[in-house]
Design a binder for this molecule. Structure first.
Ligand SMILES: Nc1ncnc2c1ncn2[C@@H]1O[C@H](COP(=O)(O)OP(=O)(O)OP(=O)(O)O)[C@@H](O)[C@H]1O
Length: 244
C-alpha cells in the first residue's frame, strides 16, 4: 500500500515555485530520504505533507487521505520531529513526552505507558528526570524523536535528524532509526550523504523544486558509475535535466 502519494503537488511563493508539480509515492514501511541542495524545496514539501502549509495546486495523500480535505485525520497518523525542536526546555524529558501524549488525546494511563515505551525505544530512561535544557544535542534530538513517536504514528517525518550532532551521537541516532525501520513509514531529510546511504531504502533528489531522481542508494551510484553517493548526488544535481 502507498503511505504517501503526490499528484502535481506545487507550492508557489510570490513568483518562485519552491515545489514544482511533484509526482511520487512512498510505500508503507519504506524509509525514504529526501536530498537536495539548500533551497531545493525539501522543507516546503515536508511542510505540505505534514499539513502545516497549503499547496498552491495539486494534491497529496497520506494513507489515501487528502492533506487538504482531511488534515485532522492526517495529524493523528503522522509524527514529526522538526528541525526547530518543539521541546519545552524547563520541563523534564519525561514531562515533555507525557505532555505531547496528552495533547494528542491519550488518557493519563495511556500516556504513561507510551512514555515508558518510547523512553526505552530511544534509550532515554537514564535521562528521564533531566530538564530538557540540560541535554546534549544528541539527547535533545532523541527527545524530539520520542515526542514524535509517543502518538504511535504510521508515518514519521524526520527533518535533518542529526544536524549539529557529534559523530558518535549521530551513529547512535542511526541505530535508533534503523531499529524503527520497517515498523512505520519514515521520511527523512538530510545533507549527510552517508546518512542517506546507511539508512534509506530509497532516495529522492530535489533540485530547484523538482524531484529530479528517485532510486535506491545502489541504483543511484550505479547510474553514475561510482561507489560514492555524494559523487552521484553532485553529478545528478549538476547535470540532470528537469522533468518536462
Ligand atoms: N515563506 C517563504 N516565502 C518565500 N520564499 C520561501 C519561503 N519559504 C521558502 N522559500 C523559498 O523557497 C525555496 C525552497 O525553500 P525550502 O526551505 O523548502 O528549501 P530546502 O530544500 O528545505 O532548503 P534547506 O536545505 O536550506 O533547508 C527557497 O528558494 C526559499 O528561499
Amino acid at each position: 500500500m502507498k503511505a504517501i502519494e503526490t499528484l502535481d503537488l506545487t507550492k508557489q511563493y510570490a513568483t518562485h515555485k519552491a515545489v514544482n508539480q511533484l509526482n511520487f509515492s512512498i510505500r508503507e514501511g519504506e524509509l525514504f530520504a529526501l536530498l537536495g541542495l539548500n533551497g531545493a524545496g525539501k522543507t516546503t514539501l515536508i511542510n505540505m505533507l505534514t499539513t502545516i502549509l497549503a499547496p498552491t495546486s495539486g494534491e497529496a495523500t497520506i494513507h489515501h487521505l487528502s492533506i487538504q480535505k482531511k488534515p485532522q485525520q492526517i495529524k493523528s497518523l503522522i509524527g514529526v520531529s522538526p528541525q526547530e525542536s518543539a521541546v519545552a526546555p524547563h520541563l523534564t524529558v519525561e514531562e515533555n513526552i507525557l505532555l505531547m501524549a496528552t495533547i494528542y488525546g491519550a488518557s493519563k494511563l495511556e500516556a504513561k505507558k507510551q512514555c515508558k515505551h518510547t523512553l526505552l525505544q530511544l534509550n532515554l530512561q537514564n535521562e528521564k528526570t533531566k530538564k530538557a535544557k540540560h541535554l546534549s544535542g544528541g539527547m535533545m534530538r532523541r527527545l524530539s524523536i520520542s515526542m514524535a513517536l509517543v502518538t504511535k504514528p504510521n508515518v514519521l517525518f524526520l527533518d535533518e535528524p542529526t544536524v549539529g550532532v557529534d559523530v558518535v551521537a549521530r551513529r547512535e541516532l542511526w541505530n535508533v532509526i534503523k531499529e524503527l525501520k520497517g515498523s512505520m513509514t519514515i521520511v527523512l531529510t538530510t545533507h549527510h550523504m552517508e546518512e542517506a546511504d546507511a539508512l534509506a531504502d530509497r532516495i529522492g533528489i530535489m533540485s530547484n523544486g523538482f524531484l529530479i531522481k528517485t532510486g535506491t542508494p545502489a541504483d543511484l551510484k550505479k547510474q553514475k558509475h561510482t561507489d560514492s553517493l555524494e559523487d552521484a548526488f553532485v553529478s545528478f544535481v549538476q547535470t540532470e535535466e528537469v522533468p518536462s
